[in-house]
Design a protein around this ligand. Structure first.
Ligand code: FES
Length: 188
């Protein structure tokens, strides 16, 4: 039992003050936790789901058939305890006339050789092609390997048509795939 003379003992008013401060700190922590949860739960859908809104369907239908364009999506990953967002680039094209997902195509811009960014080469009078400047991998306009060290074709991404913000949108299922292997394997 502590005596009033013990160096660590607290007089009655000090003890009450100590308990009051400890309770306030506890309530503060609960408040911060609730705030973090509320902010995370209100993040836009584009940074929370694996299937991300890419482009309003109306806009996608205005695009010229066969021409690739570079688009960005915001991808979220939970890193231990916090949500980390980053921008990822992909290539998108309207592959044929029509409004269903199979009329469009998307390729990851991450090179399947060692993960550099693949560039789009717009041909003047010839079809678009892709090239990775890191080790000079070349890909056809469909993403197949043409030459160089890439062990597989550029990685296709799954598209779907869905509702977002009251409109019909093209949605993309963003995935990271492991570079350096002939097999398309999702990064764990
Ligand atoms: S990373 Fe693209 S060719 Fe090596």
């Amino acid at each position: 039992m502590t005596s009033p003379d013990h160096p660590l003992s607290l007089a009655q008013p000090e003890r009450r003050e100590f308990v009051r401060v400890a309770m306030m700190l506890g309530l503060g922590c609960v408040g911060i936790g609730a705030g973090v949860y509320t902010i995370a739960s209100r993040l836009p859908a584009s940074v929370q789901a694996g299937v991300l809104p890419l482009l309003p369907l109306e806009e996608a239908l205005k695009r010229k058939v066969g021409s690739w364009v570079n688009l960005a999506v915001t991808v979220a990953r939970r890193d231990g305890y916090k949500l980390v967002t980053r921008e990822q680039h992909l290539y998108f094209k309207r592959a044929k006339e029509g409004q269903t997902e199979d009329c469009f195509a998307a390729l990851s811009s991450i090179c399947p050789h060692a993960g550099c960014g693949v560039d789009l080469l717009h041909g003047k009078d010839e079809p678009d092609r892709f090239r990775c400047a890191c080790h000079n991998a070349k890909f056809t306009g469909e993403g197949a390997v043409e030459s160089g060290p890439a062990p597989r074709a550029m990685d296709g991404l799954k598209l779907s048509v869905g509702d977002h913000e009251g409109k019909r949108w093209l949605m993309v299922e963003w995935k990271d795939f492991l570079p350096g292997s002939a097999e398309k394997k999702e990064r764990g």
